[in-house]
Ligand binder design. Structure first.
Ligand SMILES: CC(C)=CCC/C(C)=C/CC/C(C)=C/CC/C(C)=C/COC[C@H](O)COP(=O)(O)O
Ligand SMILES: CC(C)=CCC/C(C)=C/CC/C(C)=C/CC/C(C)=C/COP(=O)(O)OP(=O)(O)O
Ligand SMILES: [Mg+2]
Length: 281
């Protein structure tokens, strides 16, 4: 029983679902770039992303352990399932796996990986407490998974930049809603997040406008000929979920951010379906 609780603690520290999803985005980035013939490079890129995302989540919880004791007492470290020392060692091991996986990739991909690993290490200490800056960093990191996958197999082409932009803007909006949800603990810790600086309603209005722009932009892969009907069939409900949930944030930011996440995962599935349909067609 204790072993299961501890294993669950390590999986929760890594936010394994997020890490795997980030790996899927990296795969899509390589897939859109037409690079699946470089299976070894794609595999290394996916492993690097999964490990780096897991490491970033674990190190975030390590640095956030005092805030999470207020905001998220159920998370692995404040709940006692994993000690802070063990969490730090776990994050270090995951960062090492990411570096080993990325080191043999092409220079641009390696450059993205190094930049991202540094950003993940610096996130909580340097960026999180600055209004909107932390949100932009997480948005960039999430969108960069597409760039990383494409860079692992060749040059980065315009369709990949579109996917980067969509993922980054939608993630920025969700991060703002998450900050509204975390206002209590963040204020107690003296963090100057966007809702604390400009007010919750202004922050939620910005998040809704940004998410609306992302959902309008989601037709660009069809306009540009990258994806077709298979993509539209999934991205339209994903857009409705993400935008509707963001607007719901004015009533209940916690439920809102959970549903935005579900919408982004459906959007990621739209990217996979859209690219797969071009292969099958
Ligand atoms: C309009 C449109 C089509 C947008 C595209 C949206 C899209 C595909 C976004 C990517 C979402 C995704 C599957 C990200 C991978 C997982 C990840 C790295 C998320 C970033 O997580 C940071 C967050 O703060 C972690 O908190 P939580 O999720 O609550 O554990
Ligand atoms: C492509 C490569 C090599 C790496 C990409 C790495 C990725 C995808 C990172 C995605 C974003 C991420 C996982 C950031 C880690 C830090 C994090 C969880 C930020 C959000 O944390 P908080 O602002 O504290 O919010 P919560 O802890 O309440 O979720
Ligand atoms: Mg945190």
């Amino acid at each position: 029983m204790a072993a299961t609780r501890t294993l669950g603690g390590y999986l929760d520290l890594a936010r394994a679902g997020n890490a795997v999803a980030a790996g899927v985005l990296t795969f899509v980035g390589a897939f859109v770039a037409g690079g699946l013939t470089s299976a070894g490079a794609v595999a290394l890129a996916v492993v690097a992303t999964v490990a780096a995302t897991a490491a970033g989540n674990a190190v975030n919880d390590y640095f956030d352990r005092d805030i999470d004791a207020v905001n998220r007492p159920d998370r692995p470290i404040p709940s006692g399932r994993v000690s802070a020392r063990a969490a730090a060692a776990y994050a270090a091991a995951l960062f090492l796996v990411a570096v080993v996986a990325a080191v043999s990739l092409p220079p641009l991909a390696l450059g993205i990986a190094v930049a991202n690993l540094l950003a993940l290490l610096a996130y909580t200490q340097l960026f999180k407490g600055l209004p909107a800056v932390g949100n932009v960093v997480v948005a960039y990191l999430t969108g960069s998974t597409f760039l990383f996958g494409a860079a692992a197999v060749g040059p980065i082409a315009p369709p990949t930049w579109t996917l980067f932009g969509l993922a980054a803007t939608a993630t920025f909006a969700r991060e703002v809603v998450k900050d509204v949800e975390d206002v209590a603990g963040d204020r107690e810790e003296g963090l100057r997040t966007l809702p604390i600086v400009v007010g919750e309603r202004a922050a939620l209005t910005l998040a809704t406008v940004v998410m609306a722009a992302a959902t309008v932009g989601s037709v660009l892969p069809v306009v540009g000929g990258t994806f077709g009907l298979a993509y539209l069939a999934l991205v339209v409900p994903a857009d409705a979920t993400m935008l509707g949930a963001t607007a719901w944030g004015f009533r209940d930011p916690s439920t809102a951010q959970t549903w935005i996440k579900r919408g982004t995962f459906l959007a990621a599935a739209a990217f996979v379906a859209g690219r797969a349909a071009t292969v099958i067609a």
